[in-house]
Design a protein around this ligand. Sequence first.
Ligand code: CU
Length: 177
Amino acid sequence: MTDPLSPTASAASAAESPGGRRLREGLIAVLAPVTACLTALVGLTAWTTAGAAGTPARIEVGIGRVFLPYADKERTAAFFRITNTGGSGDQLVSVTSPVVEAVMLSRHVSAAGADSMRMVPSAEIPAGSTLQMTPSTLDVMMTVKGRWQVGDAVPFVLHFRNSGPVQAVAFVVRPGS
Ligand SMILES: [Cu+2]
């Protein structure tokens, strides 16, 4: 059995090579958060009785969406669903991407008929919880570099205090969808 991490193995390119197997595992890793999104509610119910308390945070980020900037505008917002199935809390501390800049977490509050927004340094993801970002709660605001089209896939990295960096993808959608 060849060590899949050896340099020899990574140089092989046939479909059944260890390199090909790693590629498939990578695709499964991308698809897994989607399944996690669909089962999150069920998972949360199970979590409360599973005795996960005390285990490390276990973060999964679903496929996100990012609004197509309005004509001539560069500012926009992205939304991710973050699930922590571990037994300890974690914090989202920053979001990066090679194709955006000036990224910040912003919390929107609607009180007494007035909407306000403030930047926050981090967002809590308590043990066994799901954070669903929305335009009226928490989102990731940014300035885009270049032009985007609906359907484009934008790469992001979400950085967590305990779990470290987690790669994610957000698809460009029309604002409000
Ligand atoms: Cu915002």
